[in-house]
Design a protein. Structure first.
Length: 156
């Protein structure tokens, strides 16, 4: 399905106008409008089988996301982001210690009495086996998820 030059110019103009509105007042709402406009333009290009521009529109999405992260203040205060970051690092350290020494399961059992220790040990064995065999770290990630859920339950 080929498109006319006029059709392509209209879509491009609409995207340009949205881009200018975003640059004039960067906000979450104008970013959402820009993202929808980029997505609409990308879908149009895919529908019309214009592959060269389709790839360029994906690059435009990446540029827009980069600008958004730089221009718009994040909704969470920095102290909250720091706290979340520290909690994630603490969970990563706990996971690492548990993988190095199975006796850490005692600490986990003390801190989280309802934890499924057998499942945690199984995840530990599988994570170590996957690492030794050079397989993707499925159990390693699952262990982190389980530890995070335990921490979340303890916070509630």
């Amino acid at each position: 399905m080929l498109c006319s030059a006029e059709e392509l110019l209209q879509k491009n103009l609409a995207l340009s106008n949205t881009w200018q509105r975003y640059q004039a007042t960067p906000s979450f709402e104008s970013f959402v409008e820009l993202a929808v406009s980029i997505n609409s333009f990308t879908e149009f290009l895919i529908d019309k089988s214009i592959t060269a521009l389709h790839h360029a529109s994906h690059q435009l999405e990446q540029v827009a996301l980069t600008l958004f992260n730089k221009d718009v203040a994040h909704p969470l205060p920095q102290a909250t982001l720091d706290d979340l970051s520290e909690r994630m690092h603490a969970l990563e350290r706990l996971r690492t210690r548990f993988l190095e020494d199975e006796k850490v399961v005692g600490e986990i059992a003390t801190a989280h009495p309802g934890a499924d220790l057998q499942y945690l040990r199984q995840l530990r064995r599988n994570a170590l086996k996957e690492k030794a065999e050079g397989k993707p770290p499925r159990a390693y990630r699952e262990l982190f998820r389980v530890l995070r859920e335990l921490e979340d339950q303890a916070d509630d």
